[in-house]
Design a protein around this ligand. Structure first.
Ligand code: ADP
Ligand code: MG
Length: 682
């Protein structure tokens, strides 16, 4: 029977049940075989009556005697089928209520039965209510799908009860499994120590034991990981072909020394390692697509500046794109400071944001197109259609998760063979990075600059709020500054709550302090003006929304209070926390949250336990799952049936290496089946 056949042709399914399968997205027999159980119950161990765990599930083989039906006159119970069972160790009673037909089934099943159910003890008697039962042959469980073995548990709907599922699966395995092609040549299977594909599919449903099930899952997870990594490897190879003879940005010793002189600090070892990786990318005549990950405050900007200045020193143009006007303005200032450190700089640096005056923007546009600007810092305004570069060689995208894939591509397409460096401080667990950003090379800055004070994080309830305010007022009195982050509301409404909070704090908790307000509905100029005052210390405490989530760097602000912390994701809280503890004073991160369930509290507690963004990301991924974790902006996450993105990092890494090795051989007869599967999964 072909695997592509409609499920309704399968023995015992028929049109009515087929509809229930369709509703679950199972149309063909292949679909059915690859719908894996949500659990496997181990009902393989048969115990004796004496050893049966009271209040636990047990499988028992015993002899039946005294089978009878009683019919009480009163109450809701009209029928009780009752039987006694014995084995050499003892006696047990079994009852079935309001199921008179069971009597005949029991009678037909023979004298020695296999029983499965929950055991209880009532007035000294061992008892099972509504046990499942199966006939046995010579006292041994006959081939059964429901007891006396590892039993699969499927998602039930409509007429699809567990038994119907198991019967259908059993028929499908018997009738069609032989049709399922192996994907790899025999020597490859042996080398990789993989279970054969047909065995793996069978053992996903009806394994003999836990080990067989684990091996089956690993084999099928491997297939998913390998197909994914082959697709990625193929995409990379195509990109390399397209860019052969691509541009090179050479960092000569002179250029290197010149750029380093502008740095006000010595790069950390982690920054040095990443700089080497980036310099190699820049020099190679290949496309550069590198993801730079580093926790908040790890110093990604400095690395980006090095790359940007290297491109400019090679006579090309470079652009740095940031997610908000605030961050763009800040990067612009940082770059100005760097350049000024070398005396009068020849680098022509400009800032482009969407709030610019028309005349200014026109001038900038012309200069960019004619090569009159070397280095552009911009918001997404840089990707507008009429912005052209003369000779764009490098695009750096800060906080790339704030941009869509299309926006990234739009920027890179403003030149030929533009090298791309994308940066993120939202750490992505490696397993996920290899999946979603699998076609990017990844560099990690895994060390913070020296002298940082760790941030102390606490979770408080409203009852503790007064002492939190005392604390904040004391910090302000010492000359420190604070952020008060107001809760997220509906899209575009968060400024309302920020405004209300601002009015409230000004007349109550923080009366007498210099307060500022910052939210996304203010114009760029207004935002910039507030940030300037905050940076200059004229504002002591800044009431704000998540507009300050990314990139803001004010070292003297060491305290942050987050209201309604439960409304934020862990990654977002980590970003917010990254805004403080940037100076040499200890940072204080206070999360206010009332109520919320156990999971909410557990989530927030993670924040108090670790400062490590990767650990937080891992926990966030575990709690919310890959889809939620990545949010809606990311695409291209395939649905995996066996692969576990949280747990299978080692396997994914191995698949990635293997994919690279076999890609050149993929078109040969040896890997024909694998190649076909890859085409089918596109
Ligand atoms: P992020 O990775 O969050 O973008 P930044 O690049 O904004 O981090 O750096 C955070 C702060 O650390 C900045 O004030 C920056 O000047 C400083 N910094 C970066 N690298 C170093 C270093 N190697 N030594 C000392 N300070 C550094
Ligand atoms: Mg940054």
């Amino acid at each position: 029977m072909p695997l592509t056949d409609d499920i309704k042709f399968l023995k015992g399914v028929g049109p009515a049940r087929a509809n229930d399968f369709y509703a679950l997205g199972v149309r063909t027999i292949a679909d059915l075989l690859f719908t894996f159980p949500r659990a496997i119950n181990d009902l393989s161990t048969v115990t004796t009556i004496a050893d049966a765990p009271v209040a636990g599930d047990a499988v028992i083989i015993a002899e039946m005697r005294n089978l009878e039906e009683r019919c009480p006159r009163r109450g809701k119970i009209r029928s009780i089928v009752h039987a006694m069972f014995t084995d050499r160790t003892g006696e047990m009673e079994a009852v079935w209520f309001n199921s008179p037909w069971v009597k005949e089934q029991l009678a037909a099943a023979g004298k020695t039965l296999l029983l499965y159910g929950k055991v209880s003890r009532k007035s000294g008697w061992l008892k099972m209510e509504h046990p499942r039962f199966e006939p046995t042959v010579a006292g041994i469980a006959r081939e059964s799908l429901n007891v006396g073995r590892m039993v699969p548990v499927y998602p039930c709907t409509g007429r699809l009860n567990q038994n119907a599922w198991r019967q259908a699966m059993n028929h499908a395995l018997t009738a069609t499994l032989a049709e399922l092609p192996e994907l790899y040549p025999p020597d490859f299977l042996r080398e990789q120590n993989l279970t054969a594909r047909q065995d793996a599919v069978r053992n996903m449903h009806f394994p003999a034991n836990d080990a067989a099930r684990a091996a089956a899952r690993e084999r099928l997870a491997w297939d998913e990981a390998l197909l994914m990594q082959l697709a990625i490897a193929r995409r990379r190879a195509a990109a390399v072909d397209a860019a052969s003879g691509g541009r090179r940005i050479i960092v000569t010793p002179e250029i290197d020394a010149h750029i380093r002189r502008l740095f006000p600090f010595r790069p950390t070892a982690a920054q040095e390692k990443v700089l080497r990786e980036i310099t190699a990318d820049l020099a190679a005549p290949l496309p550069m697509r590198r993801l730079l990950q580093g926790d908040v405050g790890s110093g990604k900007t400095a690395v980006a500046i090095y790359a940007l200045l290297a491109a400019v020193a090679n006579g090309a143009q470079a652009v740095l794109m940031a997610p908000t006007g605030l961050v763009a303005a800040q990067h612009f200032m940082t770059l100005e400071k760097f350049l000024a450190a070398g005396g009068r700089s020849k680098v022509r640096l400009k800032l482009l944001t969407s709030g610019m005056k028309k005349r200014e923007r026109e001038w900038l546009k012309t200069e960019l197109a004619q090569g009159g600007i070397d280095l552009l810092v911009a918001t997404h305004a840089a990707i507008e259609g009429d912005i052209q570069f003369k000779n764009l060689a490098l695009a750096v995208i800060d906080e790339q998760h704030k941009f869509g894939v299309a926006q990234r591509d739009a920027l890179a397409n403003k030149g030929v063979g533009v090298k791309e460096l994308v940066m993120t401080a939202t750490p992505i667990p490696r397993s996920l990075a290899l999946t979603v950003y699998g076609d990017l090379d990844v560099s990690v800055i895994d060390e913070l600059p020296p002298g940082r004070q760790p941030v102390r994080s606490t979770l408080i309830s409203s009852r503790q709020l007064p002492s939190a305010w005392d604390f904040i007022r004391a910090e302000l009195a010492k000359g420190r500054q604070a952020f008060i982050v107001s809760p997220l509301r509906e899209e575009n409404e968060d400024y309302l709550s920020a405004t209300a909070a601002f009015d409230n704090f000004r007349s109550h908790e923080l009366s007498g302090c210099a307060l500022g307000l910052l939210h996304g509905q203010m114009t760029r100029e207004e935002q910039a003006a507030v940030m300037d005052e905050f940076r200059a210390g004229k504002i002591q405490a800044l009431v704000c929304t998540v507009v300050i989530e990314v990139g803001v760097d004010i070292p003297n602000a060491n305290t942050m209070l987050v209201l309604h912390a439960e409304r934020f994701g862990l990654a977002q809280l980590h970003q917010l926390r990254g805004r403080i503890g940037r100076g040499t004073d200890a940072g204080h991160f206070i999360m206010l949250s009332d109520g919320g369930g156990e999971i909410t509290t557990a989530r927030l507690q993670v924040m108090t336990q670790t400062l490590d963004g990767f650990k937080i990301a891992q926990e966030d991924l575990r709690l919310r799952g890959p889809g939620e974790f990545l949010g809606t902006k990311q695409h291209g996450l395939p649905e995996f049936k066996a692969l576990d993105l949280v747990e299978d990092l080692a396997l994914i890494n191995r698949a990635r290496e293997t994919a690279k090795q076999i890609l050149p051989e993929l078109a040969t007869a040896r890997f024909a089946a694998l190649n076909a599967a890859l085409s089918a999964s596109d």
